[in-house]
Ligand binder design. Structure first.
Ligand code: UD2
Ligand code: MN
Length: 564
């Protein structure tokens, strides 16, 4: 009896301390200090540009909270023997802790599978209310050779910091990791399911596989090295419930890859990109920032970082899931973002939802086709399907993409037509007007042969003439845009008059579907794809013709002959 009373007093005391801390914290808006950017220059990986690093002033109450209300292991992890699971994969003495995962594994292991993290939201977020009948979600986490401690922490943070009724299931897709048990053992945790790929698929096809087996009406995607923060899920599900065409993501906080400190990311950022299709965090445009008088309001974003978002399952399916011909990593976030905006949806970042993520400086895993080629293939597919005439800027920003294989995009083009999506021009004008279009001159070029240039004459005539002017001073008649399959000058394109050798080449209104207008580079020559014949100046003064391709022929050699 005495023992019970003593316990009761102890609990009351702790509750009182907790209450005091909570009160102080409520009153204690985080100071607006900002630390400098730690962005990666290659841009392929994402680190929120500006970080606001605050004192960990809410950690102590959280620890107390955990001590009081969280079961030590108990039902949360079901039959999983957590200690054994983690112990089986410890770093050996002398091993480089960064080698396998590109983060400090030793530090992650030392932390254990759960810890208190600071609630990094704006203090006004805590006062918001959400519907009591929010639909549940399937959490989809794909991974390839993830560290056990980070993977388990991701799962545990979801189970600990989400209302249980909102978690329908956690679907793990083991993308052909070396150790099959990493995933299998985790399926002992209640609600956790494990699917293993029979071969390496990459994150895009893996997520689609997860989505296809998900039983909830809402999908939530997470990377395998995250920690979700307080009330992370409700704001996102609420927004999607209100309008199923919204695709929403949290502010992605930073978990240090060195010491695993949980750092608050700036709430003034959105997703953007440059023409080479490198993702970057950028400041919200100043007019929008000034119009924001409620810091809990969603932030419209032109693109999402890609890893952490919530989307209605039928909307995901209706919009064509992902482009499953994209491999391993990269580019899928652009493809999804363009598609969502252009086909009737919207993208937003919700400042009242925070999820931490370990941003790394390099990929810890291999790319069967090589990192660069894979990124080019994936982004090229996104550009070819969605960027219309703007893809020329992608190619001029990334000349190495020219001529690289990217597979067939027929299915995705059909999808775009079927969904009746808006042109990229609309996206530029309405979603991302801040993205500056490079000078037109930057991408037009001359078609040079010896010292002469191919030029148009009159309405449809062509011939070689002395090259005139450079850059902006170059006459319109000598400026060409080579965007495969077309060789273009404003609205007119180079076309053959017949499919036989010796047929004249002329100008006519462009149509990428017209077989007479289709060209491709062949060495220094330009080959008409259907006839297989090459552009030949034969008689310099007269119109060019098409003749049998002969690479050594000066009259078939054009410079620059690169088509994009
Ligand atoms: C970011 C995204 C990531 C993805 C990527 C572009 C965030 C926080 N992360 O890169 O989700 O959109 O940009 O593609 O926005 N994985 C596999 N199979 C593979 C390769 C990776 O399952 O072959 C898993 C990996 O274990 C991880 C996830 O995919 O859980 C994302 O990979 P990452 O963490 O290397 O990508 P990240 O965060 O640099
Ligand atoms: Mn990641």
């Amino acid at each position: 009896m005495r023992r019970i009373r003593a316990n009761a007093i102890a609990i009351l005391t702790v509750a009182w301390i907790l209450g005091t801390f909570y009160y102080l914290w409520q009153d204690n808006k985080p100071p607006p200090s900002a630390a400098q950017a730690r962005g990666r220059t290659n841009g392929q990986k994402v680190v929120p540009g500006r970080l606001e690093i605050h004192r960990d002033d809410r950690t102590i109450p959280l620890i107390l909270f955990n001590l009081l209300f969280q079961t030590e292991q108990g039902p949360l992890l079901g039959a999983l023997d957590e200690k054994a699971y983690l112990a089986a994969k410890q770093l050996k003495a002398g091993d480089d802790p960064y080698r396998e995962h590109a983060f400090n594994l030793q530090e992650s292991d030392r932390l254990g599978s759960e810890r208190a993290i600071r609630d990094t939201r704006h203090y006004r977020c805590a006062a918001l209310n959400y519907d009591t009948d929010l639909p549940s979600t399937s959490i989809i986490i794909t991974f390839h050779n993830e560290a056990r401690s980070t993977l388990l922490r991701t799962i545990k943070s979801v189970l600990m910091r989400s209302p249980p009724s909102l978690i329908q299931e956690i679907i793990l897709i083991d993308d052909f990791s070396t150790d099959t048990e990493d995933c299998q053992l985790l399926a002992q945790i209640p609600k956790v399911r494990c699917l293993r790929n029979g071969r390496r698929e990459g994150l895009i096809r893996s997520r689609v596989r997860g989505a296809n087996t998900a039983s909830a009406s809402i999908l939530t995607f997470l990377d395998s090295h995250c920690e979700v923060n307080s009330d992370w899920l409700q704001p996102m599900i609420q927004r999607v419930k209100e309008d199923h065409t919204r695709v929403v993501s949290p502010i992605i906080d930073v978990i240090s890859l060195d010491n695993f400190a949980y750092l608050a990311a700036s709430a003034d950022l959105r997703g953007g990109f440059d023409w080479s299709l490198h993702f970057k965090w950028e400041q919200i445009p100043i007019e929008q920032k000034m119009a924001r008088n409620d810091p809990t309001q969603p932030i419209r974003t032109p693109v999402i970082a890609g890893g952490i978002f919530v989307m209605d399952k039928s909307w995901f399916n209706h919009l064509g899931q992902y482009d499953t011909h994209m491999d391993i990593w990269g580019g899928e976030n652009f493809e999804l973002s363009f598609r969502v905006w252009m086909c009737g949806g919207s993208l937003e970042i919700l400042p009242c939802s925070r999820v931490g993520h370990v941003f790394r400086k390099r990929h810890p895993y291999d790319f069967p086709e090589g990192n660069a080629l894979t990124y080019i293939k994936n982004t090229r597919r996104a550009a070819e399907v969605w960027m219309d005439e703007y893809k020329q800027y992608y190619y001029s920003a990334r000349p190495s993409a020219q001529g690289k294989a990217f597979g067939s995009i027929a299915d995705r083009l059909t999808l775009r037509r079927k969904l009746n999506c808006k042109p990229f021009r609309w996206y530029m004008a309405n979603v991302y007007p801040e993205l500056r279009v490079p000078e037109q001159e930057a991408v037009s070029s001359v078609l040079k042969q010896g010292g002469l240039c191919l030029e148009t004459r009159g309405t449809d005539g062509l011939g070689l003439a002395e090259c005139r002017g450079i850059g902006t001073n170059r006459p319109q008649s000598q400026k060409w845009e080579l965007i495969e399959p077309l060789i273009r000058q404003q609205d007119l394109c180079l076309a053959i008059s017949a499919f036989t050798a010796g047929s004249k080449v002329k100008m006519e209104p462009c149509s990428a579907k017209e077989p007479r207008q289709k060209w491709k580079p062949k060495g220094t020559a330009l080959q008409h794809t259907v006839s297989g014949l090459c552009l030949d100046s034969q008689t310099p003064a007269g119109p060019p013709v098409i003749t049998q391709c002969r690479p050594q022929l000066a009259s078939q050699s054009w410079e620059p002959q690169v088509m994009i």
